[in-house]
Write a protein that binds this ligand. Structure first.
Ligand SMILES: Cc1cc2nc3c(=O)[nH]c(=O)nc-3n(C[C@H](O)[C@H](O)[C@H](O)COP(=O)(O)OP(=O)(O)OC[C@H]3O[C@@H](n4cnc5c(N)ncnc54)[C@H](O)[C@@H]3O)c2cc1C
Length: 291
């Protein structure tokens, strides 16, 4: 078995969509399940945390860095296959690729997820969704690996999916692959629907700036963007982090933001919205390390 090449004090900025943050004490890309286990064992022995990084599109890592192991699944975990109406994909496969391949194969159920820039693993972990489609809606089963190296297969009902939540947030297993039951559709109609939502994204989201998608989760009372806008915070900034003037549930890096700027801005928003409405916004973006 090839040993894992573990890099020390590794800058993560280029792997985080916000383009901010510090270094990982240890960083590696793994190619096999065995390598995952090898690194997991090291982390446990050294009493260090281990964090699995997908495409970094929902994460901010502290400017002070992360005193643990950051593990990325290499290209060997990016693979997908189709049989009848079932798509099976490994965890590092980009969600956009799965959505596009499903359309090419006249399959409906994941085509509206095309604009989510993360991996399959990140999408399962987050139960990512958009425009009425959530990844959990089509999941047949998910395979993951735990600390002991056991491969566990769960059907969708055992994954505790709910809005932006899955069991993998609680058990910290590494998602390896998932399969999806799609339904027959027409390529042209699916493509049209996908193009419509992609255009909606371009029109409403500040995609020209580094960001990490929606900052806050939906609340029972109102959309977070509406709450932030009503609080008069559109365009409000701390350092290089700004509430997007285009979409109030996005924070953008205007050029020189730090991870701390982004975190402080979320705290200021939570405080202001709470004072004005009594509603507590909850962060959807994951902040890793000390803030
Ligand atoms: C422009 C933009 C638009 C976005 N639009 C949407 C949207 O419409 N809907 C939506 O839901 N999200 C959206 N997002 C947020 C983000 O893309 C999703 O949450 C995505 O699923 C995260 O995937 P990732 O690979 O980038 O994960 P990361 O951000 O790298 O990680 C997110 C979490 O998943 C965990 N994780 C990653 N891979 C694995 C694995 N293999 N096993 C276990 N845990 C794992 C990480 O440890 C981390 O806790 C958007 C982001 C951006 C930048």
């Amino acid at each position: 078995m090839a040993f894992v090449n573990i890099k020390e004090n590794y800058s993560l900025r280029h792997l985080i969509s916000f383009r901010v943050g510090g270094e990982a004490r240890f960083f590696c890309e793994i190619e096999t399940n065995e390598q995952f286990l090898e690194v997991k064992k090291k982390a446990i022995q050294q009493n260090k945390p281990l964090f699995i990084l997908g495409r970094g599109t929902n994460v901010v890592i502290s400017d002070k860095g992360f005193d643990g192991y950051i593990v990325k699944l290499s290209r060997s975990f990016s693979e997908l296959s189709i049989e009848d109406s079932i798509i099976k994909a490994k965890a590092a496969t980009p969600l956009s690729r799965i959505a596009r391949v499903s359309i090419q194969n006249n399959l409906s159920g994941m085509h509206l997820l095309a604009g989510i820039p993360g991996t399959l693993g990140g999408a399962i972990y987050m139960n990512a969704g958009a425009y009425g489609q959530e990844i959990s809606q089509t999941v047949i089963e998910v395979k993951s690996i735990n600390d002991q190296g056991q491969i566990i297969t769960r059907d969708a009902s055992a994954c505790s999916f709910s809005y932006r939540h899955s069991i993998f947030q609680d058990n910290k297993e590494c998602v390896l692959e998932a399969s999806f039951q799609l339904t027959k559709g027409s390529k042209d109609a699916l493509e049209k629907e996908m193009n419509t939502v992609m255009q909606k994204r371009r029109d409403s989201q500040p995609l020209e700036y580094p960001n990490a998608g929606s900052v806050f989760k939906r609340t029972p009372q109102d959309f977070p963007g509406a709450l932030v806008e009503k609080a008069g915070l559109k365009g409000f900034s701390i350092g290089g982090a700004m509430v997007s003037p285009k979409h109030a549930n996005f924070i953008i890096n205007t050029g020189n933001a730090t991870a701390q700027n982004i975190y402080d801005l979320t705290s200021a928003i939570i405080e202001t919205v709470f004072k004005q409405t009594g509603i507590t916004l909850e962060r959807e973006i994951i902040f890793l390390g000390d803030f």
